[in-house]
Design a protein. Structure first.
Length: 592
């Protein structure tokens, strides 16, 4: 082939290649602008492979951020900020993604870089970012004495969140598929509601999953079922709350109004609303009643919490006049039984998102916020009787979103999180807090929350109060520090590393001392297997210590298998997973 023909052919090929790339970008933009991020990601990634453009990188970063995929968001924002012409706000999103991925030192650097690039950033805002990164590092080094467990009986590969106690079981929100909620006939709309545009009647284009609905797991039931409430919508139905007697409930939903005021061809926003229902004499839930302060065309109201007596309703809203993106409000019933005007809880609300209000039996107020000093995303806070707002600390809070904290009458605490290691996007966690954590900087500190740990089968009354986690207090001679292991494993868990590091620190300051290590298993498995497993656990602890400078000659280690159980859970005795975990332990003592 002649050189001229070669370049002509190559030119035609490149022209066709670029045209295809532009077509993909155009289609990706269409999906993005319709809030169908799941599909947009596929298209932008295909386009970026053909031609690495800033536009594709920025949009991919945004799509992953909006779907809370922090690892991918970090990767794409890193690419975007390094490209010529990148928007300043990409640095902020990059910093947030780094923070969400526990990379606090790097996040701190990027926050400073963003503040230098955007002169409108206030000193107070900058200090909050820096304090959050510094506090998170400190909190992870000194965690609260809490046990946080993924509550597997409720979680799926999708989003599962906002658990609340109801009739001995739990009602929660999920976007898992369930045929009970499928539309009977295809419906077409050109509008946006709850961050969804041109809604598919079967699929939420934002996430690629089904819409949110309410589910219920009854006490001692093996399966999860659709909550028996006819909402009249096939779209989102969100977090619920019940009066103490279980006869009245409030919840959020998205419905399509009969009339919309919008410019033809333009998206129309349909905001989230709150509705209520009462149980009739036959046990059926009555027709829905709209909350009087719904304003579907102007703002959202969501995250309701009804007081046990049914006379006060707390909720989150972005209605005009608030202090931030979303604020927490309260309404009280009038003498006539109607809801009084919403009151903004100004002492609690911030310039960020404040949501998920809840109150326990001791009148401790809980909420979630991303506008305070925190670990990243939404953190959970409590408000004491004197009005002090305190961060619940690590490991209750994480670098990701932690929200929807609730405490049942039996003292069982639940919350929701999209932290690493879960089964799906958001998961439900159970928590036991038994001691106050170290005080973070300034006003963001913690109040003790005396709650119990549930077992794997509701009702909550079967909870076990003692948490099984590494004890991280100051080591005392002959007083053991205790760490725990997962079933059939001898890996050192992350919570155990913190306790072991404190042991090393104390031991290195001593002379003529010995570390005594005693490892144990639960009763499941045969005696020989458990003896070997306990020895492996002892060896793993020894390796951790010696790798960090402790001399092996100063360590005595022994595995005892299942011969020294701490509770009733011997062979053949039915026990919960949490009871078995109490026996899967290693004791470490400093002996002089």
């Amino acid at each position: 082939m002649k050189r001229s023909h070669y370049f002509i052919s190559l030119g035609l090929l490149l022209s066709s290649y670029n045209a295809k790339s532009q077509y993909i970008i155009k289609e990706a933009d269409k999906q993005y602008e319709s809030y169908k991020y799941a599909k947009a990601i596929e298209l932008y990634e295909e386009a970026y492979k053909k031609k690495a453009t800033l536009h594709a990188a920025e949009r991919l970063a945004d799509c992953y951020r909006l779907n809370n995929n922090y690892v991918q968001a970090e990767a794409w924002y890193a690419k975007a900020v390094a490209m010529p012409g990148s928007k300043t706000e990409n640095i902020l999103y990059y910093a947030q993604a780094l923070q969400n991925n526990s990379r606090y030192a790097e996040a701190r650097t990027q926050y400073i870089s963003y503040a230098n690039a955007d002169k409108q950033v206030t000193e107070a805002r900058m200090n909050a970012w820096i304090s959050s990164c510094d506090s998170a590092i400190s909190w992870m080094k000194e965690p609260v004495a809490a046990k946080v467990s993924n509550y597997k009986p409720l979680n799926s590969a999708q989003s599962d969140w906002s658990p609340v106690a109801y009739m001995g079981g739990l009602v929660f929100t999920s976007d898992r598929y369930n045929s009970s909620f499928a539309h009977k006939k295809p419906v077409k709309y050109f509008l946006k509601f709850d961050t969804q545009n041109n809604p598919d009647p079967y699929l939420n284009g934002w996430t690629g999953n089904d819409y949110m609905h309410l589910f219920y797991k009854a006490a001692n039931a093996d399966t999860v079922q659709a909550f028996p409430l006819n909402t009249g919508t096939g779209y989102h139905v969100g977090s619920a709350t019940f009066t103490e007697d279980g006869n009245e409930m409030y919840f959020t939903l998205t419905r399509i109004p009969e009339k919309v005021k919008n410019v033809k061809g333009e998206p129309f926003t349909v905001n989230v609303e709150i509705y209520s229902s009462k149980k009739d004499a036959s046990g059926q839930w009555s027709a829905l009643r709209a909350f009087p302060y719904n304003k579907v065309s102007e703002y959202s109201v969501a995250d309701p919490f009804i007081s046990p007596d049914g006379n006060t309703l707390y909720f989150a809203s972005n209605m005009p006049g608030g202090q931030g993106a979303t604020d927490i409000y309260m309404c009280t019933r009038t003498v006539g039984g109607e809801w009084g005007a919403p009151v903004n809880l100004k002492e609690i609300n911030t310039a960020g998102n404040d949501r998920s209000p809840a109150i326990d039996k001791n009148n401790t107020f809980f909420f979630a916020s991303d506008g305070r000093i925190g670990m990243g995303g939404l953190d959970i806070y409590s408000v004491s009787q004197n009005g002090a707002v305190r961060n619940l600390g690590y490991p209750i809070n994480s670098p990701q979103d932690d929200f929807a904290f609730s405490v049942s009458a039996d003292g069982v605490a639940w919350f929701s999180s999209n932290r690493d290691g879960g089964a799906g996007r958001d998961d439900i966690y159970a928590v036991a807090v038994v001691a106050a954590p170290p005080l973070p900087p300034k006003k963001d500190t913690i109040r003790e929350v005396p709650v119990a740990m549930p077992d794997n089968t509701p009702p909550p009354s079967t909870a076990i109060g003692k948490p099984r986690m590494a004890q991280v207090g100051d080591p005392i001679y002959d007083k053991p520090t205790m760490i725990y292991f997962d079933f059939n494993k001898f890996d050192i868990r992350s919570d155990s590393r913190l306790a072991l590091d404190k042991i090393i620190e104390a031991f290195n300051n001593l002379t003529d001392a010995t570390l005594v290590i005693e490892s144990h298993t639960d009763s499941r498995g045969n005696d020989a297997f458990n003896l070997k497993l306990s020895q492996q656990r002892a060896a793993a602890v020894v390796k951790y210590l010696t790798d960090r400078g402790v001399k092996k000659a100063n360590i005595e280690a022994q595995g005892y298998g299942e011969t020294r159980l701490l509770n009733k859970c011997a062979d053949g005795v039915e026990c919960t997973e949490f009871e078995h975990e109490e026996n899967r332990r290693t004791n470490i003592r400093i002996v002089r």
